[in-house]
Design a protein around this ligand. Sequence first.
Ligand code: C2O
Ligand code: CU
Ligand code: CU
Length: 541
Amino acid sequence: MIRRDFLARTLSVAVASLFTRNVFAQHSMHGMSGMSDMDDMPGMSSTHADNSHAAHATPKLAPETALPAGAPLAALRKLANESSEAGVFRATLVAQPVRRQLMPGRSTSLWLYGDAAQGPIVGPLIDVREGDTVEIRFVNRLPQPSTIHWHGLPVPPDQDGNPMSPVAPGASHVYRFTLPPGSAGTYWYHPHPHMMSAEQVFRGLAGPIVVRAADDPLAAFPERHLFFSDLKLASDASIAPNDMMDWMNGREGQFVLVNGARRPRIDVAQDERWRLWNGCNARYLSVSLGGEHTFTQVGTDGGLLDKPRDGLTELLLAPGERAEIIVRAGAQASAAILTAVTYDRRKMTMTEGKSLPADPAKPLADVRFVPGSPGGAARAVPPTLRPIAPLLPGTDNAADKAPQKSVVFTEAMDMTAMHRPGASMSALPPGMQFLINGASFDPSRVALTSRRGEVEVWSIENRTDMDHPFHLHGTQFQVIGRERGGASTREPFLAWRDTVNVQPGETVRIATVQRDAGDRMFHCHILEHEDLGMMATLKVV
Ligand code: C2O
Ligand code: CU
Ligand code: CU
């Protein structure tokens, strides 16, 4: 294993040249320089970008107050169903460059699903039911290939927007799948093209999905949706390109948006069910309403827990993760700040073997509790939400007898590659490697093979010096337990997940099963790491 201090030392030496030559040349190569609005038009990008931006240093960023705050939380746009047949959801999603005024008096070029001329800069909500057949025509009006990946949904592998099935600029593609019973939950969709996912997401391409069950025990609660995304704007309001630190730690902008807006206001007049999406490229969100305002977790990525988890003051959502919580209006008026509290994910620095200090707490939204008529607002959460059968019933024994798979995260630097002539022409900063089982993603290589229907135990081990969120496509898994520094903890509750954080030095064990034959991806959901190759293919036979 090549250690972090080596990475840091190497970077500090190489950063000056790598920064200007490679990162910006790379952006230009894709015709995606965020510096100019003109680059967003398909077909008129690269040559223009090549000469005008190659020498730019990190642009000056807009101040954190550049975006207005305090507006009431916007409801998500809903994707319209074009079908009138029962049980069929048919719609069109166009990915395209869109110009919006986010900073007063200045326009920002985003890439969005739908034109979003009005309303939040988040992809429209796909609101569907178990049993529905979903047919979505994707039209790619971006200057790059793209795909739509249905993060967390059990869709057939050939419908899942794998990087191996790109949709060319100007082309379209119909994705089709049927939502099985038991799939109710909180999902999302985003692009997954080879080496371009991070950029497409940070330019605005991501949206929420809710799958509903006919027999939802919490159907009586009013629902609120909070889709968190991250935005990094230069002082001229353009979307800043990734710099070296963004590639290394994953990109975090100066803005965290909730349904596309900075620090909105939320009035809670009765007990509510909140669905939370961490749609940020790399930002960890440990959400809290402060010590006095506890909440109840009722769901994870793949839907309801078997039992509610009461009295929480904090809930960590790694990039890609979702949760459902019940927020109570309380008995009298009060206020709280929905905050991403400090969580140390051990971000790396450019200097000798040191981590960055953890980020300070960040306010996400201002919440006012304004309980209405006494008694009318409070709703009971049933003590049992739905049965969840363990994938491996019994004890550790069952887990030990199941087929085992091992996934190991490592990091490495390759000085030779970094300084090879022509390195500046490559698509991503060369030499900075985030690896799975010793290898960087190769679309033609199968890393692991599983049999469909067979429950397996995967051990995901993080031998790097920073946190990485592990994500597996096509299924929901159950965390069995975690091991770190010789201490092991069994997962205290049953839950369906598709994304789980793995801390440095930690091994997370999950029980998982795939239902369809075909290729599935698994990767780190820090999208910069994914683009840099921290991804692999699981072949299901
Ligand atoms: Cu949300 Cu493979 O991704
Ligand atoms: Cu996914
Ligand atoms: Cu990672």
